[in-house]
Design a protein around this ligand. Structure first.
Ligand code: ADP
Ligand code: F6P
Length: 487
């Protein structure tokens, strides 16, 4: 990273809640930058590697924003958020209201007017930053549920821009979305875009149905037409916005190369040895989030141990739970529950030297993740709801040796594409146990056949294809672009 460059504008601008890097303060008070958590950054980092663009986002700590700076081809433009704004906009409205509402109300969403007001203020600040760095006629790609008002706020100031929005998480059915007191404002915010992209066709349909039900918009196929303005005044010129599914993916070649590197292979061997060379390693890798189904997974594992179907040292389970949103009440409660359950399971079923569940509440470098994936004979991806789940795609890519088996929840975006995985309903504990056992016990040829087809799918539709599809759709919006490779 180099020091601030002179102010200039960009033809391509990304707006996301987080910058690709977070500033960390070390115990000795010095600061360092490290890759931000989550699937959005994993995907967009590789998409943006060789593109010249500005990226507007929060730098990961409260207080005044650092000066914009360059990181390779990218101009990083930090947006400052005070501690109070983080509480109300990020932990509050984004992760206490929208996140649970958009994930099937697995925990009840909280509605606070004060959170909503700060969400608006912060969205306006993001829009203002983008408006300042975007060149005349620039393309702006806005990301995720934290910034749903930005498209309309930006269009108000800069009608010359081409604005796209992509939702990394599910968009809920109208029956749930309609609970939101600010439902019309959110939809109006999104309709400021030219194209809105979703993970699954069902998400795009849910959005279109909400526009019809809440705003009285009309639609023809996947194009929504609406004649209001952001502040609800009628009589504005009607705008047409296309809404379609463009499922996100990973940098398949890059991840394969990483997994193939001698150091990652050596590390994988080291991990297997440190686990005591078990016959079967089961692995879960998730942000510690209630949407990820970690409790249900542990319940199934606990019962399989109690039934005597699996036991250490032959079978061991490794759960990596990345720290996430630790100041939000529901996340704190979940952590206590999970750690209590792991403790109970290990108390009942581990022996000296043979651990039933290895639990790691830490973030790791990508090399370590790739090594862990290579060690996993069965990968357990069992969310109750997940927009996509990139871990599933990373796993099948890392296992290019043909080994391994993927147990995958039907309630992930990934399940729409990864159809030869061992699909499961994580709410059905008996069914989940059976599926895990099948993934352990099926013969090698059956598992190799499944994994081959999963790898082919991820290789063909990788993150670059996703970005091309999104940007092509945005370029010609509201019309449908020529057919992409996947359709
Ligand atoms: P989400 O965006 O909800 O966090 P995804 O599965 O789509 O879920 O993406 C998670 C990303 O974070 C993946 O790239 C995964 O490899 C990475 N990741 C998950 N856990 C860790 C961890 N403990 N350390 C480092 N990276 C992690
Ligand atoms: O994919 C959903 C998402 O909220 C992304 O925006 C982000 O990459 C990830 O989860 C991590 O969440 P947070 O930014 O709240 O740590």
């Amino acid at each position: 990273m180099v020091s601030p460059a002179p102010h200039r504008t960009y033809d391509f601008v990304i707006a996301a809640n987080r910058l690709p890097v977070d500033r960390q303060v070390k115990p000795d008070g010095t600061t360092t930058w490290r890759t931000s958590p989550g699937g959005l950054v994993t995907a967009m980092e590789s998409v943006m590697r060789d593109r010249e663009a500005a990226w507007v986002g929060w730098a990961g700590f409260p207080g005044e924003a650092p000066q914009p700076f360059d990181d390779g081809h990218l101009r990083l433009v930090p947006v400052g958020l005070s501690a109070e704004e983080l509480t109300d906009y990020y932990e509050g409205f984004s992760n206490g209201t929208l996140w649970p509402l958009y994930h099937d109300v697995i925990v009840p969403p909280t509605f606070h007017r004060s959170w909503w007001n700060v969400y608006r203020t912060v969205n306006q600040r993001f829009a203002d930053h983008v408006a300042r760095v975007a060149a005349e006629g620039a393309t702006v790609w806005v990301h995720d549920y934290q910034l749903q008002l930005v498209p309309a706020m930006l269009r108000d100031q800069r009608p010359d821009l081409r604005i796209g929005w992509f939702n990394h998480i599910p968009f809920p059915p109208v029956e749930l979305f309609a609970q939101l007191p600010w439902r019309a404002r959110i939809l109006r915010g999104l309709l400021g875009a030219d194209f809105v992209g979703f993970q699954r066709p069902d998400d795009a349909r849910n959005f279109i149905r909400s526009c019809r039900a809440v705003l009285g918009a009309t639609h023809k196929g996947d194009v929504v037409t609406w004649g209001g303005s952001d502040d609800g005044r009628s009589g504005a010129a009607p705008r047409s916005v296309r809404a379609a599914a463009v499922p996100i993916s990973i940098d398949a070649q890059g991840f394969r190369d990483l997994a193939d590197s001698p150091s990652v292979k050596a590390r994988a061997q080291e991990i297997r040895e440190s686990l005591g060379e078990p016959e079967v390693v089961l692995l879960g890798v998730d942000r510690l989030d209630y949407t990820k189904g970690i409790r249900h997974r542990l319940r199934a594992i606990g019962e399989l141990l109690a039934d005597g179907e699996i036991s250490p040292p032959e079978v061991t389970f490794v759960q990596v739970a990345t720290p996430s949103r630790e100041r939000v009440e529901a996340y704190r409660t979940l952590r206590e529950q999970i750690e209590g359950t792991v403790g109970r399971i290990n108390g009942d079923f581990s022996h000296l030297g043979d651990t039933a569940v290895h639990y790691l509440h830490q973030s790791y470098p990508r090399e370590e993740m790739a090594a862990l994936f290579q060690v996993a004979d069965v990968m357990l991806v069992t969310p109750l709801r997940d927009g996509m789940n990139l871990v599933a795609k990373e796993y099948v890519t890392a296992r290019h040796d043909g080994g391994g088996a993927l147990v995958l929840s039907e309630f992930t975006g990934a399940a729409e594409e990864l159809k030869t995985a061992y699909l499961c309903n994580p709410h059905d504990i008996a069914g989940l146990k059976e599926t895990i056992l099948r993934a352990i016990r099926d013969d090698h040829e059956e598992k190799r056949r499944r994994m081959r087809s999963l790898r082919r799918q991820v290789r063909t539709y990788d993150v670059q294809v996703w970005a091309q599809d999104f940007l092509r759709a945005l370029e010609v919006a509201p019309h449908r672009p020529p057919r992409s490779r996947r359709s």
